[in-house]
Design a protein around this ligand. Structure first.
Ligand SMILES: NC(=O)c1ccc[n+]([C@@H]2O[C@H](COP(=O)([O-])OP(=O)(O)OC[C@H]3O[C@@H](n4cnc5c(N)ncnc54)[C@H](OP(=O)(O)O)[C@@H]3O)[C@@H](O)[C@H]2O)c1
Length: 215
């Protein structure tokens, strides 16, 4: 059965997946960029953005898993961009330029309907305002037998965890405290929801854990 998978989702040591005050200049919020330092030098991350070279260590091995067998993505609207509320116009097309690093259909959860956007490189952004189950069904239909990657952000992953729809989730825990922001797991009883830690490994830059649902 195709899976809903989270990969390379990074949290601070105190559990935040984004810092406070997300903005155009600071997409991951204050302190958010610092927690991703393990990922930026990896070969996989650099390749996604058209750059050569990069590390091929444990961090890269975890990053590389996230691009295997993915047929569609689901994102939250705040991960797609800094605009909140009704779309003022159609000019915002994501953070990633004309050729975003997805190369699949991408389903963006939002309460504010908008027409789909076809980008270069086979990425199409579809905006889903009928909720997480509708996005899930549309993404799996589009993925055509491959897995669906749940990109984030925090509010989006929390909803899919609560609905017990995430099959596996790779978290990278950075050894950095940021003190405030969007907390990934606060108030979620993952064992009761059927999740357990199935794998863990550490590099000098991050502790990697895989949390999976059994049964
Ligand atoms: N740490 C990491 O590895 C990582 C990875 C990805 C992203 N991020 C960061 O995470 C932050 C975004 O996370 P976030 O928790 O603020 O927001 P998010 O999950 O990206 O988006 C939340 C927004 O999506 C829309 N939405 C979510 N669920 C919906 C539903 N069921 N129905 C309709 N609309 C729905 C709503 O927007 P509207 O009501 O406005 O439409 C909601 O405010 C960004 O800073 C991003 O850079 C971090």
């Amino acid at each position: 059965m195709p899976k809903l998978r989270v990969h390379t989702f990074t949290i601070s040591l105190d559990g935040y997946g984004a810092g406070p005050n997300q903005s155009l200049d600071n997409p991951i919020g204050a302190g958010g960029r610092a927690i991703h330092q393990w990922l930026f030098p990896t070969r996989t991350f650099r390749k996604m953005f058209g750059q050569e070279g990069g590390t091929t260590d444990l961090d890269d091995a975890f990053a590389a898993r996230g691009v295997e067998n993915i047929g569609a993505w689901i994102l939250g609207r705040n991960m797609f961009g800094p605009i909140r509320g009704p779309w003022p116009d159609d000019s915002w097309k994501g953070w990633w330029g004309d050729n975003p690093p997805y190369h699949t259909p991408v389903f963006v959860l939002t309460n504010h309907p908008r027409a789909s956007i076809v980008m270069e490189g086979d990425t199409t952004f579809h905006f889903v305002h009928e909720g997480i189950h509708a996005a899930y069904e549309r993404a799996f239909a589009a993925a055509n037998g491959r897995d669906v990657r749940l990109g984030g952000g925090v509010a989006t992953i929390r909803q899919y965890l609560r609905a017990q729809l995430v099959d596996e989730m790779h978290l990278a825990i950075a050894p950095i405290l940021i003190g405030a922001g969007e907390h990934l797991l606060e108030g979620l009883d993952l064992p009761r929801l059927g999740y357990a830690c199935t794998e863990h490994a550490s590099s000098p830059n991050a502790t990697h854990v895989v949390i999976a649902r059994s049964g």
